[in-house]
Design a protein around this ligand. Structure first.
Ligand SMILES: *Cc1c(COP(=O)(O)O)cnc(C)c1O
Length: 406
């Protein structure tokens, strides 16, 4: 059966109540309106969902504590994809803090920066881990903060972006290393920045560096698809060919609006691939992955990576066991084109680089411990491939939460 594309006129009852007027007037289609109306606390989200979302009072209080201990943000158009009465809703658990985020075991199981990105900086914002590649972090701002974010450490201390002088220094540092053939602009979400700012950065990189590949990492096609407008595409055009890696995790996110944004990108010569994250209770079923891949194929997007959940503090409850992840991806072989099958990828802790979970770098497996050789230094790195310690996404729902550790 075809994965659903939501017609553009669908708002669930809670969203109709809150934003029906803005939707009817067309303000909804303005990305600036969407950014200005982000929901930035657990209370704001739960008040908006109202009685459509049933959660026990003690769980609600624990969620508010988890939200207060970090940051919360979601655009109206992303939250409107939630179906709060669906026990397998894949949207809410990506944006609503789970009480498990604060659990001591959860906190103890991860670190803020498992990949030592901050040590590998060659200029402010430029991480050079692979000899041929540079990760260029322009901002820590994201319109929608994913609970499974690998850079949760960046959420603290308010939002910033690199200044003109810092961009100049970063581009100079990249240009001074001719071994760098590939620049990946990320953040935060670089496409939440003003179009003229993004345009300036991509043009500077094209003019001053000799690159094979210039890429953007952005979840805007998912969380703010109206952002892909003519103004932005005009700014990006001089830097063509550009590649964009986006982050769809579930077929429910491939809406008509998202598909239209992806078509606009393709028409402007931007090549779009998908990097999802394997999330417990969100997309860890075979049909979840098949439906997602098929919806993306219809939107002209090929599957690239499916990330094993990184050992970042507060994310463990969403982690799928590595053995199960390998089995899941294996089960897709033969059922759908290779263009639709992502590579299950583990980012080695300590900055050892990314490896294919069941690829040639897997040297040894002892129970849930997977030992890989780093493609960068050859060193052996042990990866904890165990399942999350709590119920996974949605375990806070009434009835399920009662049986959990809380
Ligand atoms: C993931 C990553 C890249 C890009 O890796 P690809 O495998 O080419 O997608 C570049 N730099 C850093 C630091 C990364 O973590």
């Amino acid at each position: 059966m075809a994965a659903p594309l939501l017609p553009p006129t669908t708002l669930p009852p809670f969203a109709q109540r809150a934003w029906g007027g803005a939707f009817a007037s067309g303000e909804w289609q303005d990305w600036r309106w969407q950014l200005a109306h982000r929901l930035t606390s657990v209370r704001a989200i739960l008040d908006l969902l109202g009685d459509d979302f049933r959660v026990a009072p003690d769980v609600r209080a624990a969620m508010e504590r988890a939200g207060a201990a970090s940051e919360v943000s979601v655009t109206p158009c992303y939250l409107a994809l939630a179906r709060p009465d669906d026990p397998r809703d894949p949207i809410l658990p990506q944006v609503l803090p789970d009480p498990a985020e604060l659990d001591a075991a959860e906190q103890g199981s991860g670190v803020p920066d498992p990949f030592r990105e901050e040590e590998l900086e060659i200029a402010k914002g430029v991480v050079n881990r692979y000899p041929d590649r540079a990760l260029f972090l322009l901002t820590n701002f994201c319109s929608t903060l994913c609970r499974h974010c690998m850079r949760r450490r960046e959420w603290e201390g308010g939002f910033t972006r690199l200044s003109d002088a810092e961009i100049d220094a970063a581009v100079a540092a990249i240009a001074a290393r001719p071994a760098i053939r590939d620049v990946l602009l990320s953040g935060g979400d670089p496409l939440n920045l003003p179009p003229s700012y993004v345009g300036k950065v991509v043009r500077a990189l094209r003019e001053r560096c000799d690159l094979d590949l210039l890429r953007l990492g952005s979840r805007v096609p998912v969380t703010l698809p109206m952002r892909i407008d003519d103004e932005l595409l005009r700014e990006l055009a001089p830097a063509a060919p550009l590649w964009l890696n986006t982050h769809f995790n579930h077929a429910r996110e491939v809406t008509a609006e998202a598909a239209a944004a992806l078509r606009r990108l393709a028409a402007a010569g931007v090549v779009v691939s998908n990097q999802g994250v394997l999330l417990r209770g969100i997309n860890d079923g075979e049909s979840d992955q098949l439906d997602l891949s098929r919806a993306l194929l219809r939107a002209g997007v090929r599957a690239y990576y499916l990330h094993h959940c990184d050992p970042v503090q507060g994310v463990r409850h969403l982690r799928v066991g590595l053995a199960r992840g390998i089995e899941l991806i294996g089960s897709l072989q033969g059922k759908v084109s290779g263009l639709a099958i992502p590579r299950l990828t583990v980012d080695l802790p300590g900055g050892g680089g990314k490896v294919q979970a069941d690829g040639p770098q897997l040297r040894e497996r002892r129970g849930d411990t997977f030992v890989y050789s780093s493609p960068l230094c050859g060193e052996r790195v042990a990866v904890d491939g165990s399942e999350g310690s709590f119920g996974g996404a949605g375990s806070w729902r009434v009835g399920v939460a009662a049986a959990g550790p809380l």
